[in-house]
Design a binder for this molecule. Structure first.
Ligand SMILES: *[C@@H]1O[C@H](CO)[C@@H](O)[C@H](O)[C@H]1NC(C)=O
Ligand SMILES: *[C@@H]1O[C@H](CO)[C@@H](O)[C@H](O)[C@H]1NC(C)=O
Ligand SMILES: *[C@@H]1O[C@H](CO)[C@@H](O)[C@H](O)[C@H]1NC(C)=O
Ligand SMILES: *[C@@H]1O[C@H](CO)[C@@H](O)[C@H](O)[C@H]1NC(C)=O
Ligand SMILES: *[C@@H]1O[C@H](CO)[C@@H](O)[C@H](O)[C@H]1NC(C)=O
Ligand SMILES: *[C@@H]1O[C@H](CO)[C@@H](O)[C@H](O)[C@H]1NC(C)=O
Ligand SMILES: *[C@@H]1O[C@H](CO)[C@@H](O)[C@H](O)[C@H]1NC(C)=O
Ligand SMILES: CC(=O)N[C@H]1CO[C@H](CO)[C@@H](O)[C@@H]1O
Length: 824
C-alpha cells in the first residue's frame, strides 16, 4: 500500500490532536482550502494533473507530478547570497524564465499555466509552486512536506544558475552552497527530486538518445511514478537504469546523478537506503528547498487543517430589507473521529451589539451534513448555513457546536474570539452582475455609517500577458469610489462599475470597504465567478420605510454607476405617489425571479413551458405561481394564461421587456406577458420537487452524498456495474458494499469504485435530475451524470486517491534482445 501513513505524517497527525485552529478569518485560509480540499465536495481540484502520480496529463512520458517537483527546484535554484542578504530563492521568478537556457522543455510552462488559475492576492505563484511540492510528493506516496506560506513573487527574472548535467561535482557543490545546502543536503535533494519521473529525449539527447525510449522518457528508477527509495537502492545495488548514472551520459560527462551521489563515496545515499529514512530525509530536505526564500520574506507556521472552519460566509440584505441572510458552509475535520461521525452543527450567534436579541427565531441555527471531502491525510464533512436574521438586530459573531452521532459534542469559539461577522457593509451578489468584462457591484451600507465614511470597491483582477512565454497573468489592483444610491430600511445602497476586465473577468476578487485603515468594515475576497450575468433588482419597501431618511433629493443616476433599478421600475424606488397604480414588471416574487420576456417556440405545436397550463380570468402572477408549485419555471401570457415547466424550450428566446405589455386580468399593476410572449420566472430556490417528494438525499447510510459528477467515456467509477429497472440509491449502496464510492446514473444504472477518476468534475446539482427507476422520490443521476455518494468513514489508510499504478510499457530492449513490435 502506498497510502500507508508515513513516519512524518504520523508525527504530524499526533501533534494536530491538541493543536488549536488559526484564528478565523486568516490570511492562510485560501491556501489551506487549496491544500486540504483535495477530492470530493468542494474540492479545489489543485491535484487535477498530479493525481494519480502516474498521470501524464500533458502527454506521453510527461509525469506532471515530477514536473511540479522540478519546477519548484528550478525556481529556487537561482538563489544568490553573494555575502550579503539572500535574494531570489523560491520567489516565482520562474514565470519570467521559461525561455532561459536553465529551463528547457515544456514542463515549466505547463506547470505555471495550471497554477496560474489559483494565483490571487492570497496565493502567490511562489507559494503555489511550494504547495505543488506537497501535492506531487504526497500524491506519489511520499511523505508530508510541511508547507508554510507567505512567499512574495519576484517582479522579474533572476540570474541563471540551475545546475546542469555537464557540470563537475565541484561546480555542483558550489551551486548548492549558494542555495544554502551543504554536500550531504545536495545529495539528498538530488535523490529525493529524482525518485519520480525521468529524463526526456527531446531535451537531453546526449543523455537519452532520440528514439531510444517508448514514450520519450527514461525513468530514473524502476518505479517512475512512486516516491520511494529505489533511486538510491538500485544505484547502490548496481542495477540502476538511471540515465544520469549509466548509459551514454557517461561518455558525454552528463552522468550528473553519479557525480553527485559518488562525491562522498556513497555515504549519504547508503544512509538513505531504508524506506523510512528516505522518507523522513526527503520531508526535511524538500521542506528546506521550498523554504529557501529572500531575507525579507516571513513564512507562516506550516499550514494545518482547521478542525472547524467557516467557508464562504456571506451576509446579504434580503428583498424587503427587513432581514439579512447568512449563508455559507461549516467544514468539520473528521480525520480523528474513528467510528463516530459528526451529525449536526449548532450555530449560536450574537446580535449586532453582542447581545442575544435575535427576533422570534432565536439566536441558534442547526445545520445537517451535506457533503464530504478528502485531503491526502484528512477527511472533512460540510454543514450548510442558511439563516435569516432580523436586520434591526443584526449579527456580530457566532460560535459553533459540533454534535456527534455518539451523543457527545464540542463547542468551538475561534480561540476565545467567536467567529466574527460584520453587518456594516454587505456585498449584494444578487444585485451585482458581471457581463463581458463589465462588473457592476452593489453594496448595502448600514445607515449609521452612511456618509460618515468613504465606501470603496477594491478589485484584484488578472490580465494575461501578451508574451506567450509569460504563462502567468498580471495581478492588478483597482479602487473605485462607490456612489451612494437609495436608502432601504436600515441600509443604503452604494454602486460602482468597472469595465474592461477582459477574458479573465471571472477570476476577479472583489472587496467592498466602508471606512479606512484598521477600523474599516470590509466584505472581502468575493469571487466574481459567483456573480450572475443579470443584476437582479432589489425588491424594496417604499422610501418612507427608510429608517434614517437620508437623501431629500431623488437619487442621481450617473453613467458610471449602476442604479439599483437598472431595467425595471419598482414602487419602492419611485418617489411618485401614483407609483402603486402603475403596472410594472415584478423583479422577484416569492422564491422566483424574473427571467424576462420570452417568445413561444417557432416549432409548430410546441410550448415554451410544456409542464401544465391554466387559463382563467382573474389571472395574477401570484395565482400562476401557486398553480405552478413544484415547477422550475412558470410564466404568464396574454393577460390570462399560465404555463409551468421544468425545462424551457430551446427555441424560446428572450426579447425586450416592453414586448410583454399586457396587464394581468386579475391585477392591473402587474404584467402578464402578451400574445406569444411569456412573462417568465425561474426559481431561486432549491431544485423543485415535481412529485412533491422527489429530493436530493444527503445520506444513504453509511454513505454521504458528495455531488453530481460528470461521467467519462472510460467511466468515473470503475469498480463494478449494476443496472436495474428497480434501481434505488439504497439498492446501489448495497450492490457497492465494500466500495468507497457508489453512483447512480440515468435513473437505472449503478456504479461502484474505490476512487473517482480525477478527470470527472463535480457539476451542477441540477444536472442530476432523473428520478430513480425504483423510487420516484430519489434522484438517480442524469444523462452522463452520476449522483455520487461516498462512505462517511472511508477506511483510513486506503485513500480515495487511486493507488499509483505503474503504466505498462513495451520494453525497448531486454539485452541481448531488442523489441521488434507486436506480430501476428
Ligand atoms: C537490483 O538488485 C537488487 C539486489 O540484487 C534486487 O533486489 C532488485 O530486485 C534489483 N532491481 C532491479 C530493478 O533489477
Ligand atoms: C558508489 O556506488 C557506485 C554504484 O554502485 C559505484 O559505481 C561507485 O564505485 C561507488 N563509489 C565508491 C567511492 O565506492
Ligand atoms: C508556452 O506555451 C505557449 C502556449 O500556451 C506557447 O505559445 C509558448 O511558446 C510556450 N513557451 C515555451 C517556452 O514553451
Ligand atoms: C420559498 O422556499 C422555501 C423552501 O422551499 C419555503 O419554505 C418558503 O415557503 C418559500 N417561500 C415562498 C414565498 O413561497
Ligand atoms: C389556479 O389558480 C386559480 C386562482 O387562484 C384557482 O382558482 C385554481 O383552482 C388553480 N388551479 C389549480 C389546478 O391549482
Ligand atoms: C432578458 O431580457 C431582459 C429584459 O430585456 C434583460 O434584462 C435580461 O438581461 C435578458 N436576459 C438574458 C439572459 O438575456
Ligand atoms: C474537468 O475539468 C477540467 C478542467 O476544467 C477539464 O480539462 C476537463 O475536460 C473536465 N472533465 C470533463 C469530463 O469534462
Ligand atoms: C445616520 C447618518 O449618518 N446619516 C447620514 C447619511 O448621509 C447623509 C449625507 O451625507 C447625512 O446627512 C446623514 O447624517
Amino acid at each position: 500500500m502506498r497510502w500507508v501513513t508515513h513516519f512524518l505524517s504520523a508525527t504530524l497527525s499526533l501533534s494536530t490532536l491538541t493543536r488549536a485552529d488559526p484564528t478565523w478569518p486568516n490570511q492562510i485560509d485560501e491556501l489551506e482550502e487549496i491544500m486540504y480540499q483535495v477530492q470530493g465536495y468542494r474540492s479545489r481540484q489543485f491535484g487535477g494533473t498530479v493525481i494519480p502520480c502516474s498521470s501524464q496529463a500533458s502527454g506521453p512520458g510527461r509525469h506532471n507530478a515530477a514536473e511540479w517537483l522540478r519546477a519548484a527546484f528550478h525556481d529556487m535554484a537561482t538563489t544568490t547570497i553573494a555575502g550579503g542578504p539572500r535574494r531570489g530563492g523560491l520567489d516565482g521568478s520562474l514565470q519570467f524564465e521559461i525561455t532561459s537556457s536553465d529551463n528547457i522543455g515544456p514542463a515549466f510552462n505547463t506547470t505555471l499555466k495550471f497554477m496560474a488559475d489559483y494565483y490571487t492576492s492570497r496565493s502567490s505563484i511562489a507559494d503555489l509552486l511550494a504547495l505543488g511540492v506537497y501535492y506531487s510528493v504526497r500524491s506519489c506516496g511520499g511523505p508530508v512536506v510541511p508547507f508554510a506560506s507567505g512567499r512574495i513573487d519576484a517582479k522579474q527574472a533572476g540570474p541563471i544558475g540551475v545546475p546542469l548535467p555537464q557540470n563537475t561535482a565541484f561546480t555542483f557543490g558550489q551551486q548548492f552552497q549558494r542555495m544554502g545546502f551543504d554536500q550531504t543536503e545536495m545529495i539528498q535533494v538530488v535523490a529525493c527530486g529524482h525518485t519520480i519521473g525521468g529524463v526526456h529525449e527531446n531535451e537531453f539527447p546526449q543523455i537519452v538518445p532520440i528514439g531510444s525510449t517508448e514514450n520519450g522518457e527514461a525513468p530514473m528508477d524502476s518505479t517512475v511514478a512512486v516516491f520511494d527509495n529505489k533511486v538510491v537502492t538500485e544505484y547502490i545495488a548496481g542495477n540502476t537504469t538511471n540515465p544520469m548514472v549509466v548509459g551514454p551520459s557517461i561518455r558525454a560527462t552528463r552522468n550528473s546523478d553519479f557525480k553527485v551521489f559518488n562525491v562522498d563515496g556513497n555515504v549519504t545515499v547508503r544512509a538513505m537506503a531504508e524506506p523510512e529514512t528516505f522518507s523522513s530525509v526527503c520531508a526535511t530536505v524538500l521542506r528546506k528547498m521550498i523554504e529557501v526564500v529572500p531575507d525579507e520574506v516571513v513564512l507562516t507556521d506550516p499550514i494545518q487543517p482547521y478542525a472547524v472552519k467557516p467557508v464562504d460566509m456571506q451576509l446579504t440584505l434580503n428583498p424587503g430589507a427587513t432581514t439579512l441572510q447568512l449563508s455559507g458552509l461549516i467544514r468539520v475535520r473528521t480525520t480523528n473521529f474513528a467510528g463516530d461521525s459528526a451529525e449536526s452543527v449548532l450555530l449560536t450567534y450574537k446580535d449586532r451589539s453582542g447581545g442575544n436579541n435575535c427576533g422570534t427565531r432565536g439566536c441558534t441555527y442547526t445545520a445537517t451534513v451535506l457533503g464530504a471531502t478528502q485531503g491526502f491525510d484528512d477527511t472533512f464533512v460540510w454543514f450548510p448555513i442558511n439563516l435569516e436574521i432580523p436586520a434591526s438586530s443584526g449579527i456580530s459573531s457566532f460560535t459553533l457546536t459540533v454534535n456527534m452521532a455518539s451523543g457527545t459534542s464540542e463547542t468551538y469559539d475561534n480561540n476565545g474570539n467567536s467567529y466574527p461577522i460584520q453587518d456594516a457593509i454587505l456585498m449584494q451578489k444578487p444585485q451585482s452582475c458581471l457581463l463581458q468584462g463589465k462588473l457592476d457591484i452593489v453594496a448595502a451600507v448600514r445607515n449609521d455609517l452612511n456618509g460618515s465614511v468613504p465606501v470603496n470597491l477594491h478589485l484584484s483582477y488578472k490580465t494575461p500577458v501578451a508574451d506567450p512565454n509569460r504563462p502567468v497573468p498580471t495581478l492588478n489592483d483597482e479602487t473605485v469610489e462607490m456612489t451612494r444610491g437609495n436608502c432601504v430600511g436600515l441600509y443604503t445602497f452604494y454602486t460602482a462599475s468597472y469595465e474592461g476586465l477582459g477574458d479573465l473577468d471571472y477570476a476577479t476578487k472583489i472587496d467592498v470597504v466602508a471606512g479606512t485603515g484598521e477600523s474599516a468594515s470590509r466584505d472581502a475576497f468575493n469571487a466574481a465567478s459567483d456573480i450572475g450575468a443579470n443584476c437582479v433588482t432589489f425588491d424594496a419597501p417604499p422610501p418612507s420605510l427608510c429608517s434614517r431618511p437620508v437623501d431629500p433629493d431623488p437619487p442621481v443616476e450617473t453613467s458610471t454607476s449602476v442604479t439599483v433599478t437598472p431595467t425595471v421600475t419598482s414602487p419602492g424606488t419611485m418617489t411618485s405617489t401614483a407609483a402603486a397604480e402603475t403596472p410594472y414588471h415584478r423583479p422577484t416574487l416569492g422564491n422566483f425571479t424574473l427571467v424576462g420576456c420570452n417568445t413561444e417556440p417557432t416549432v409548430a405545436g410546441a410550448r415554451a413551458l410544456a409542464g401544465a397550463s391554466y387559463v382563467y380570468d382573474g389571472m395574477t402572477l401570484e395565482s400562476c405561481m401557486t398553480n405552478c408549485t413544484g415547477f422550475y419555471y412558470w410564466g404568464t401570457e396574454y393577460g390570462r394564461e399560465c404555463y409551468c415547466g421544468n425545462k424551457l424550450h430551446a427555441s424560446s428566446t428572450n426579447v425586450t421587456l416592453d414586448e410583454c405589455n399586457m396587464v394581468c386580468s386579475g391585477d392591473e399593476t402587474e404584467y402578464c406577458g402578451a400574445g406569444d410572449r411569456l412573462e417568465l420566472y425561474v426559481t431561486t430556490g432549491p431544485i423543485p420537487t415535481p412529485t412533491g417528494t422527489l429530493a436530493i438525499k444527503p445520506t444513504v447510510t453509511p454513505y454521504l452524498r458528495v455531488g453530481c459528477y460528470e461521467e467519462l467515456p472510460s467511466r468515473a467509477l470503475t469498480g463494478g456495474v449494476f443496472p436495474s429497472n428497480e434501481m434505488t440509491l439504497e439498492l446501489c449502496a448495497s450492490n457497492c458494499d465494500g466500495f468507497t464510492y457508489f453512483g447512480t446514473e440515468y435513473g437505472r444504472e449503478c456504479y461502484c469504485g474505490q476512487f473517482i477518476d480525477a478527470r470527472s468534475n463535480v457539476t451542477d446539482d441540477a444536472d442530476c435530475n432523473m428520478p430513480c427507476a425504483g423510487d420516484e422520490t430519489e434522484y438517480c443521476g442524469g444523462s452522463d451524470r452520476l449522483e455520487m455518494y461516498r462512505l462517511i468513514n472511508p477506511p483510513t489508510s486506503t485513500s480515495m486517491m487511486p493507488t499509483p499504478t505503474v503504466v505498462p510499457t513495451h520494453k525497448p530492449t531486454v539485452p541481448p534482445y531488442a523489441f521488434q513490435g507486436c506480430w501476428n
